[in-house]
Design a protein around this ligand. Structure first.
Ligand code: NAD
Length: 356
């Protein structure tokens, strides 16, 4: 039976990447009934919102979505559609596996890290007020001299509820995927209440996995340095939202760039799969960018749908094309366009027999 999946092509380079991804997924033999809906800057012009209601309705109905990147204006304009989708659908865990593929020019080899990032709270909660607003003034008054009187304010909420389910997800992932260690990362020496709570909950959850999965803690600044110097020491890394966002890009850098870094946003009632990279608007419409990150996100989606054989074949076909280096995009040192790389992966898929 076909799987119903919502497809959000996004904007910028998203639509051209998603067109390729649809063809490649079809070549795995898995039947997908795509329900295509539009979100982002292009639909904003006609619908008056970058996130029309039918997008959320479709995601809620199918419970599985694949998304191309969506542009977020910096500083002004609408809030991030990506963040809104994660919040509205309560996709509390963001999973970002980072591994090196042979043929990718990178300063590191044999990287195999998994970033598990909290997805619905922290400084991403969107609770902030401009300088000199009534709300900012009230908070500044409460802070009794600790804040400059004209500061803009952002609130950083960290709850036991969201931390617990996120950290549990990280440990469960570690068990299921036979990983050895979870490292919790914060800046709890400075943010004793918020990041301190994250550690407190992490220690409680870790106890339940004692003897099965190792647990350790690192401060975010030290973690950045350690990852650059000795990435092989780490395995599953679990962190609050903002640190997770920044560290994900660092890990993408370790494996050779954003073009090959996939992601999944997972909740109890649905999942949305998307690349770490953004809409790369300067390359939109040029058939230039690398489809691999969204393709590897589709691989995570196939795993989630229980299509593990197809998922493995897809990853193997991608790895073959990258290793050969003949049909890869500019970021991997090649001259192929988005669609040519997709066609090469489809050809490889045809040569990898299905297990069934
Ligand atoms: P970006 O990831 O879009 O691009 C940064 C650079 O990385 C590009 O200029 C390009 O050189 C390279 N790059 C990115 N994707 C690539 C690919 N598939 N193949 C080859 N090279 C690639 O980051 P940005 O320019 O900071 O963001 C552009 C927009 O995307 C912003 O509006 C941002 O908010 C948004 N964004 C969206 C998401 C998402 O949809 N989940 C994630 C990150 C950023």
């Amino acid at each position: 039976m076909a799987h119903n999946v919502t497809l959000i092509p996004g904007d910028g380079t998203g639509p051209e990447i998603c067109a390729v991804v649809k063809n490649v997924v079809a070549a795995t033999g898995v039947e997908i009934q795509w329900e295509q809906v539009e979100a982002g800057v292009d639909i904003m012009k006609t619908a008056g919102t970058p996130l029309p209601d039918n997008v959320l309705a479709s995601c809620r109905r199918t419970k599985v979505a694949l998304k191309g990147p969506i542009t977020t204006p910096i500083g002004t304009g609408f809030r991030s559609v990506n963040v809104a989708l994660r919040k509205e659908l309560d996709l509390y865990a963001c999973l970002r596996p980072c591994r090196t593929y042979k043929g990718v020019k990178s300063r590191y080899q044999d990287i195999d890290l998994v970033v598990v990032r909290e997805n619905v709270e922290d400084l991403y909660a969107g609770v902030e007020w401009p300088a000199d607003s009534e709300e900012s003034k009230k908070i500044i008054e409460m802070a009794k001299g600790k804040i400059n009187p004209h500061a803009a304010i952002s609130i950083k909420p960290i709850s036991r509820f969201n931390s617990e389910r996120l950290i549990r997800f990280a440990f469960e992932y570690a068990v299921k995927h036979k990983r050895r260690k979870v490292t919790a990362v914060t800046k709890a020496n400075i943010m004793k209440c918020t990041d301190g709570l994250f550690y407190e909950v992490a220690r409680e959850v870790a106890k339940r996995y004692d003897g099965k999965i190792e647990y350790e803690e690192r401060l975010i600044d030290n973690m950045c340095m350690q990852l650059v110097q000795k990435p092989e020491l780490y395995d599953v890394i679990c962190l609050p939202n903002l640190y997770g966002d920044i560290l994900s890009d660092l890990c993408a850098g370790l494996i050779g760039g954003l073009g090959i870094a996939p992601g999944a946003n997972i909740g109890d009632n649905g999942a949305l799969f998307e690349a770490v990279h953004g809409s790369a608007p300067k390359y939109a419409g040029q058939n230039k960018v690398n489809p691999t990150a969204v393709l590897l996100s589709a691989k995570l989606m196939l795993d989630h749908l229980g299509e593990t054989d197809a998922a493995q074949r897809l990853e193997a076909a991608i790895a073959d094309v990258i290793r050969e280096g003949k049909n890869v995009t500019y970021d991997l040192g090649g001259k192929a366009g988005t669609s040519q790389m997709g066609e090469a992966i489809i050809e490889k898929l045809g040569k990898i027999p299905a297990a069934r």
